[in-house]
Design a protein around this ligand. Structure first.
Ligand SMILES: CC(C)(COP(=O)(O)OP(=O)(O)OC[C@H]1O[C@@H](n2cnc3c(N)ncnc32)[C@H](O)[C@@H]1OP(=O)(O)O)[C@@H](O)C(=O)NCCC(=O)NCCS
Length: 155
């Protein structure tokens, strides 16, 4: 059975692998302009990298110091197999450890259902970001929820 791990890391250490995933998904696939993709938040964020047991990078996400989740991306060949779910769970767990009680994100509208499944709720009207419709979402955290396992199986 194929397994993968979520690595909790930083931009200094993993800019190359994180950047390659984001370039493939956001810039090449979705047409997000380069100058919007690379911003000042990467240096200060905690980053998450999903890697298969053979070392193949699968997806990524980041958590800003203010509790915003962003840059959630799974490479096309690996979608629909639980990688995004595991990444989001790892971000939530890391946020709880850091004492956040509310998580916020700006969801591409097409992906809102993905976040809803993980306990996020939409708030407010749709808006445009980088030419893509978005909706603000948030989730309150229960500080007493148990910590999850760090190893996952592909669906
Ligand atoms: C959105 C994305 C991260 C989901 O990753 P994924 O690995 O395919 O998601 P998973 O396989 O872990 O799915 C987890 C759950 O969410 C559901 N789901 C996945 N994508 C969904 C979507 N676009 N809309 C609604 N539900 C979705 C799955 O059916 C699954 O449900 P289940 O737990 O009931 O089985 C991925 O499609 C992606 O990278 N898309 C392109 C980049 C993007 O749009 N990122 C979001 C920016 S806000």
């Amino acid at each position: 059975m194929a397994t993968f791990t979520i690595i909790e890391t930083d931009w200094m250490r993993e800019a190359s692998r994180l950047g390659a995933i984001r370039r493939a998904v956001f810039i090449d696939e979705q047409g997000v302009p380069e100058d919007l993709e690379w911003d000042e938040h990467d240096g200060a964020s905690v980053h998450f990298l999903a890697v298969a047991n053979d070392g193949t990078p699968l997806g990524c996400a980041r958590l800003l110091p203010d509790g915003h989740i962003g840059r959630m991306a799974v490479l096309p060949d690996w979608r629909g197999r639980g990688v995004g779910r595991a990444l989001l769970a790892a971000v939530v767990e890391a946020a709880r450890r850091r004492g956040h009680t509310t998580l916020r994100l700006s969801a591409q509208t097409h992906a809102a259902g993905f976040y809803t499944r993980a306990g996020f709720a939409a708030e407010g009207a749709e808006y445009d970001e980088a030419g893509i419709p978005h909706v603000a979402m948030q989730r309150r955290l229960d500080p007493d929820e148990p910590v999850r396992s760090r190893s996952f199986c592909l669906d």
